[in-house]
Write a protein that binds this ligand. Structure first.
Ligand code: AMP
Length: 176
């Protein structure tokens, strides 16, 4: 019988040349649209070795990181912080620019979203070059958050994203 991780891997759809020629986009929407698979994907994130001590807040990255991050936060009883692409958050923000696998962008977070000393878990759907997660890491640490780890559904390990993430624990459900 297939394991939950095998079922997740089988559901992810590879879309060649999206959003640019040469990029193979890992489309996780088939996981989301299947109630059992979505529940199990969050269940797999719950098995990662991050939960020895309580987590105060889960940070999710715009946009697919919101989906997994918020579902995980609800299951562990943590708060949820959206890190958004520039221009979306209404109040005072802190921002950090970064290079993407396909372009450049700026992440923003509300200036009061994280209090010094809070234990923060960072969640995104996919780790590619690591630029996005590194920008999120910088913002969390500048605000005094204690980043206890980073979890991803998918990691494209050939892009060496982990190298940008310092000594923080990094865990991914599916590594390509
Ligand atoms: P990076 O900053 O290069 O690690 O890119 C990670 C961010 O871009 C994540 O928020 C992903 O959702 C998105 N992303 C980058 N590359 C891909 C890809 N091949 N398939 C799906 N999403 C991607």
């Amino acid at each position: 019988m297939a394991t939950d991780l095998q079922l997740l891997a089988a559901a992810i759809r590879d879309i060649p040349d999206f959003p640019k020629p040469g990029i193979v986009f890992k489309d996780i929407t088939p996981i989301l649209s299947d109630g059992t698979l979505f529940h199990r994907s969050v269940g797999e994130l719950l098995k990662l070795p991050f939960y020895n001590e309580p987590i105060d807040k889960v940070v999710g990255i715009d946009a697919r990181g919101f989906i997994f991050g918020a579902a995980l936060a609800d299951r562990i009883g943590a708060g949820f912080i959206p890190m958004r692409k520039k221009g979306k958050l209404p109040w005072t923000t802190r921002e950090q620019s970064y290079a993407l696998e396909y372009g450049e962008a700026t992440l923003e977070v509300h200036a009061d979203a994280i209090n010094p000393g809070e234990r923060i878990l960072l969640i995104d759907d996919l780790l590619a070059t690591g630029g996005t997660a590194a920008a999120a890491m910088t913002l969390i640490e500048q605000m005094g958050g204690s980043l206890i780890g980073m979890g991803f559904v998918v990691e494209l390990s050939f892009l060496n994203g982990r190298e940008k993430l310092g000594t923080h624990p990094v865990e991914s459900l599916l590594i390509y």
